[in-house]
Design a protein around this ligand. Structure first.
Ligand code: IPE
Ligand code: MG
Length: 218
């Protein structure tokens, strides 16, 4: 969900105002995802690299995550969305973890839409953490194939990613779901995240639907 800072900058507002505006996109997005029959949606909220931002911005973001959890979880729950956390729990403030765990428990039985919140998430750290746990479990080399490896990822039930939507025109992967995006299609838009609309989301889904995916075949 990139471009919050630039959105604010263009309006001579503090970056926090951009992050706040970005939260406004969530409700229409979730509504549209449900209507369009999307089964899984992952929101990249905070990466393992984002700790490098000024301390004040990091704490503002953490505060916003808490606020958003309080505000949006009842709504998500009503929509039948199941919320799951994706990332490294170590390093996150206890209050944020608590809110996430509570949201996971509260929505656990829902089955209309799976929503993953990638927080303190890094694709490389996910792979490293999986490798560590495989080693800790004492697996023999010949036991480690792609399916076994995938079962050690943070959320093994996360399906392979079909479509990555990248806002603010950046042409990079930024450590997002590295394992799961192996065959993902990309939709890149210049739109800054706070301006990303339900209409454009539908447009992205249509763009995806019109492509022919060959997965290395012909
Ligand atoms: C949101 O956008 C990303 C996070 C919530 C960490 P940015 O804060 O990266 O916005 P830009 O790139 O400065 O425009
Ligand atoms: Mg950015």
């Amino acid at each position: 969900m990139d471009g919050n800072g630039r959105w604010a900058q263009r309006r001579w507002l503090p970056r926090a105002a951009g992050h706040r505006a970005g939260i406004g996109v969530l409700t229409p997005l979730l509504e549209t995802a449900g209507e369009a029959g999307v089964e899984t949606l992952t929101l990249y909220a905070f990466s393992t690299e984002n700790w490098a931002r000024p301390e004040q911005e990091v704490s503002t973001l953490m505060k916003l995550f808490l606020e958003t959890a309080r505000e949006k979880v009842p709504e998500l729950n009503e929509r039948g969305a199941r919320l799951r956390f994706l990332g490294r729990r170590e390093g996150l403030p206890a209050s944020v973890l608590e809110a996430l765990t509570e949201a996971e428990e509260r929505t656990a039985a829902n089955d209309r839409l799976d929503v993953y919140i990638a927080l303190n998430y890094g694709g490389r750290s996910e792979i490293v953490d999986a490798a560590r746990r495989i080693a800790a479990d004492g697996l023999a080399p010949e036991e480690v194939d792609e399916a076994t490896f995938a079962s050690y990822l943070y959320a093994p039930e996360v399906p392979e990613v079909d479509l990555v939507i990248r806002t603010s025109g950046e042409l990079r992967v930024s450590n997002f779901l590295l394992w799961q995006i192996a065959y993902a299609e990309f939709y890149v838009t210049e739109t800054l995240w706070p301006d990303f609309s339900a209409e454009e989301f539908v447009h992205a889904l249509e763009s995806y639907a019109s492509r022919s995916r060959r997965r290395g075949g012909v």
